[in-house]
Design a protein around this ligand. Sequence first.
Ligand code: ATP
Ligand code: MG
Length: 267
Amino acid sequence: MIAVKAPTWEDEDVPRERQSLRPLVWAQHSVTLLAVQFESENANWLKKNTIITEYLENGTLSSLKRRLGGGYPRRKLPNRVLWAIFLCLVRGCVGLAYPPGSRTKLPRNPRDQLLETIPDGNRPPRELYHGDLHEANIMIGDFEPREHRSFPVLKFIDFGLSSENEDAVSGNIMDIGQVMCNLMWSESDISDLLIDKNSANILDPNLDDELLDWASQCIEDDPADRPGLSALLSAIRPNLRRTYPNIPEESDRFISELIQRNILDAE
Ligand SMILES: Nc1ncnc2c1ncn2[C@@H]1O[C@H](COP(=O)(O)OP(=O)(O)OP(=O)(O)O)[C@@H](O)[C@H]1O
Ligand SMILES: [Mg+2]
């Protein structure tokens, strides 16, 4: 299956979206642009401004949140799922900064895509700011054996507001930090918690403090106080194997049922 995105009037941002997505065809955590066949000189305006991407059938983070429902306890996602989501979001940002793979060849199918990594040496990042990273623009893909055995891969979509600027990397980090905070708490709660971190334990004793701490650092007002991509990768990756033996909601069984019910079986 494929997804087709066409503009409805002339000043929409599809050309920019295609420009930003094209170098990301190998990146596992951004939606894959599939077709470029409409770009010939004599294609009509609509065809030139239409993009075709892989179809992601498991919905967005916001649809997941909707299915999980509101109310108490507020946090519906176990720490282990939150760590997996955090790692996907960081990988997504690494891909924007360092698009992986060949510039000349195209992957044959999404399974050929590469995990985004920070290259050795001094290669400067591509300064691509996504500009619209929120729950409705982050989609849920499939499981795969590398880093997505227990939770499926997440993919950035909707690059219509993307831009190149020198604050791109720290801007993307701020935006994923906000997504993480909003998955843990409602927006009003998080500001209270950041003022007095101890209250985190009163409201949600099972939330991993380290998770809250990294997410909070990402949304520091001063970009200089936010962690870099490399620090985030090194801090988050080991937590994919973390276990919380005394918390029933952190068990393999609870998590796989939660995913089955709210993602795979969801309408
Ligand atoms: N590749 C895809 N596979 C499946 N569904 C998709 C895909 N891309 C987008 N969607 C769905 O369509 C919605 C809108 O897509 P997108 O955000 O790219 O368009 P938009 O015109 O910028 O819309 P909006 O103004 O709502 O952000 C997404 O929230 C998602 O539910
Ligand atoms: Mg959108």
